[in-house]
Design a protein around this ligand. Structure first.
Ligand code: BT5
Length: 260
């Protein structure tokens, strides 16, 4: 059993960077709860979720021992076409957080946190009708119970504890993750969401393990195979198919294929 999150430590270290921060023992989904929120930089963390949401209508298994949090950002001054960068930005914050406990992680585009080709975290970002973005992050800190359904391409789960160089304190991990998220978002917002000027595109590319790999992209109703060439300035993944034609992928599930 991991110790409960220390809300006083979280508030003491993070309120300032964030407008407010709440921790609840359990909820259905922190993303769903934040859809009623209006305050810029509001944070909600749950010790567990009963109806955690993944992308494309899938679920997120959320037992005690993980981190489940959502942040509402209202980056006025960032053009709407740059808002999707917040989801890639969350991936960068996750890589830095994993490194803080000695875990070398890579991102599978757009933002799955992979350790040894297993999934340790996922991000669900939603743009609201009011030009705000809810960034939801699920990070497996403790080992998950068996039986979690593998994701696209048979991607199995893992956790920080299984790869860290010592015991992992969830409150510390939450402080690091939210601190990195706040810092990256501030710089990006000050640059009006420009991913090049803020340095985000460069750092994202460095952490993205999808680049250069053979991939299959599962889109709703179709699929595409090829080589992942680059991440474009709009955050899309450029995939060159077997006929040499480049495709800009903005959604879908990427599967890293093994080279035989
Ligand atoms: C994601 O979806 O990776 C986004 C997950 C976001 C969860 C956070 S928790 C806080 C906030 N509140 C919410 O309600 N959601 C956000 P996707 O790429 O669709 O991956 C979902 C798939 O991963 C599932 O269909 C399973 O196959 C697998 N999966 C489920 N739970 C998992 C877990 N804890 N760890 C690893 N894989 C999991």
């Amino acid at each position: 059993m991991s110790a409960p999150l220390d809300v006083d430590v979280l508030r003491g270290r993070l309120v300032g960077s964030f407008a407010k921060l709440d921790v609840v023992a359990a909820t259905g989904s922190t993303n769903a709860d934040l859809r009623r929120e209006v305050v810029d930089r509001a944070v909600l963390i749950a010790e567990s979720q009963t109806a955690g949401q993944g992308r494309r209508g899938r679920g997120w298994v959320s037992p005690g021992g993980g981190l489940y949090l959502s942040v509402l950002f209202r980056p006025d001054g960032v053009p709407a076409n740059r808002l999707p960068w917040l989801t890639l930005l969350a991936g960068v914050a996750l890589v830095r957080t994993a490194a803080s406990v000695g875990v070398q992680a890579r991102l599978k585009w757009p933002n799955d946190l992979l350790v040894d080709d297993l999934k340790a975290a996922g991000v669900l970002a939603e743009i609201t009708p009011a030009h705000a973005v809810i960034v939801g992050i699920g990070l497996n800190v403790a080992r998950l119970p068996p039986g979690v359904e593998p994701g696209a391409g048979g991607l199995r789960p893992t956790s920080l504890e299984e790869h860290a160089d010592g015991p992992v304190d969830r409150t510390e991990v939450a402080v690091t993750l939210l601190g990195e998220l706040a810092g990256l978002e501030r710089v990006w917002r000050e640059a009006h969401g420009d991913p090049e000027r803020s340095g985000l595109l460069d750092e994202y590319r460095r952490h993205c393990g999808t680049l250069g790999r053979s991939v299959r992209v599962e889109l709703s109703g179709s699929q595409l195979s090829g080589t992942a060439l680059s991440v474009a300035v709009d955050g899309t993944l450029v995939v060159r198919d077997e006929a040499g034609v480049d495709h800009a992928v903005s959604a879908g599930d990427v599967v890293h294929l093994r080279v035989r």
